[in-house]
Design a protein. Sequence first.
Length: 316
Amino acid sequence: MKECILMIGANGQIGSELAAALRLKFGKENVITSDIRAPHEIAEDEQFEILNVLDKDGIRHLIEKYKPTQLYLLAAMLSATGEQYPQKAWDLNMNGLLNVLDLAVEMGIKKIFWPSSIAVFGPHSPKENTDQYCIMDPNSIYGISKLAGERLVEYYHNRYGLDIRSIRYPGIISWRTEPGGGTTDYAVHIFFEALRQGKYTSFLSENTELPMLYMDDAVRGTIELMDAPAEALSIRSSYNLAGISFTPKEIAEEIKKILPNFEISYAEHDPRQAIADSWPKSINDEVARKDWGWQPTFDLKAMCADMIANLKSKLN
Ligand code: AKB
């Protein structure tokens, strides 16, 4: 069957790189990206539509127009911005998801990708090697919306047979597009500022360890999950996925090996610290490894080298 993909919320950090990989895999004519605003650049042969995920009729119209076989829903408000606008975060993250799930049932679209996050874990979840199944008591509105979303996607799978696949993304590190509004964003900003200014003030404290993943691994993992045979998937909420865990101090030390004059300092008080303190330090992803062969390839050293090499040419 010829696949056609409609991606909603495609201009963000993950969407822009995932869309590029999907265009390579399925052909530009078979990947339609959409977002609330036009991207900075659109190639002539790429198909883009303005779409607000809260506009159910707008989504319906695009489904009628393009007849996609797969939907990728990436529109969301992340953890830090979510704390500034909790009602908006809940509305966007929950009603956006419900619109897509309901239309998928109504219009017969079986395959859907929707991202969850390590934010589904909370202060009483184990901190180290956090299991797929454990206590989950998220206390950020973003984490609460993602955990509710996980329950919904599993429900729609069981009740309506939707083939929804999902990953609990850790912080994603990338050089092409900067993230916005997340608690893990420091780990991207640090590279941009190291090259622009030679120094960076981390909004998280030096020993705050968090799970992260390099974009190349995140994109490949997502496509591998979407390609896996449905019978192999034992998780229909969202898969734990691990890459690299490190602290601001550890990443700064690695950056210094390549840029010896780089200096790091730490902010005194930042509201993102409390969110980070409620999240795991490291993730157990054995179910993803067993079910669909997940394997990360970038460690901290390889990631820092790749980030700095690519950012140097981008910023010059
Ligand atoms: C955030 O920091 O909010 C996101 C996430 C871990 O989901 N990067």
